[in-house]
Ligand binder design. Structure first.
Ligand SMILES: [Zn+2]
Length: 338
């Protein structure tokens, strides 16, 4: 994704000042977050501003996001309420974008895992960041900068720890819980992915073209506007089983191999078919279970010309997950897995 990213306000036009100076801290969070997002394969457009007025800094941010054609615009803030309020909330224009809803929920949940109150996802059509941006946008109110509980957690996590919570929310990942102000060493629980599981995957287009393999979130498999006949997946540790669905044939059998020349067990799909959904299930080897816990295949697809549907984890079903990625009868052109 091309992400327009902004630490709110301007050094010349401050935001809230409580125990912490909001503007100073959110610019630090920006500096920690941008490289994490870039390492995950995103392009980050710097939408920070040094303007001298509120209207100036707000419009400079959205102008940069709009003129660079960003896919999403994310601004980072801190709340203040005289010391009484605390917790994390994420503002969206409205609830119509499922992907943005998911990211907002993920971010709030990740902060909550670290001890912040989950104030949840909220909507406002009156905020400049949300209504002047040409792309889906969100305002992340990370915490209350004048609340001692929140500031204690923030100091314990550090700006990079807070940036990780946002980055993982954007990636559809949740973090494990348990940091407290008195036990700063447990911030290490933020860094998941240490299990070193790497998925390598590719798609075959319905015109027969086989596209290059990609790894984890370094890119996506697919080509915008091109429908998909099949996917091939392998993993460096443990085993992966996966299958594909087409409107005409329903679910094809599970496969575990990764070889375009093996029509039986080398890829999921069918020559000449257009697949509309995929399911990926990761079987975690015992040594990884022991050291890192069970790992899941996390994957998603985007309909041709549209935004990604919500991330799916293995074949789990809940309010956010169907047990597979895709919508029956709607072709997709991008697939991601990590
Ligand atoms: Zn602010």
């Amino acid at each position: 994704m091309k992400i327009g990213l902004r630490g709110g306000h301007s050094p010349n036009c401050k935001g809230a000042v409580g125990i912490l100076d909001e503007q100073t801290e959110v610019r630090k969070i920006y500096n920690a977050l941008a490289p994490i997002l870039q390492a995950a394969g995103h392009t980050v457009v710097n939408c920070n501003s040094d303007a001298y007025s509120v209207s100036g800094e707000l419009s400079e941010g959205t102008n940069k996001a709009n003129s660079n054609g960003c896919d999403v615009y994310i601004t980072i803030h801190m709340n203040a309420s005289g010391g009484a309020g605390n917790g994390t909330e994420v503002w969206l224009y409205d609830g119509s974008n499922g992907t943005m809803n998911s990211i907002a929920d993920n971010i709030c949940n990740n902060f909550a895992k670290k001890g912040f109150q989950n104030r949840g996802r909220k909507y406002n059509t009156g905020y400049h960041d949300l209504n002047a941006s040409a792309m889906p946008a969100m305002i992340v109110e990370t915490l209350f900068c004048d609340n001692s509980h929140d500031v204690g957690l923030y100091n314990s996590l550090g700006t990079s720890g807070v940036a990780e919570l946002i980055a993982k929310g954007i990636a559809g990942q949740t973090v494990s819980g348990g940091v407290t102000v008195s036990v700063p060493s447990s911030t290490s629980s933020v860094s998941e992915g240490d299990a070193g599981v790497v998925f390598t995957y590719a798609v075959k287009l319905t015109d027969g073209t086989i596209l290059p393999f990609v790894e984890n979130l370094s890119d996506y498999a697919g080509l915008p506007g091109k429908t998909v006949a099949g996917i091939a997946v392998r993993v460096n540790k443990g085993t992966v089983k996966y299958r594909a669905h087409s409107k005409e044939s329903g679910w094809y059998p599970y496969v575990t191999g990764c070889d375009w020349n093996d029509i039986i067990n080398g890829w999921a799909g069918d020559n000449g078919a257009t697949i509309d959904a995929v399911e990926v299930y990761y079987e975690t080897p015992a040594d990884i279970v022991e050291n890192y816990g069970y790992q899941k295949a996390q994957y998603r697809v985007a309909p041709v010309g549209g935004a990604y549907y919500a991330w799916q984890f293995d074949n789990e079903k809940d309010e956010q997950q169907d047990g597979f990625a895709g919508v029956f009868g709607i072709a997709f052109d991008r697939f991601q897995l990590f």
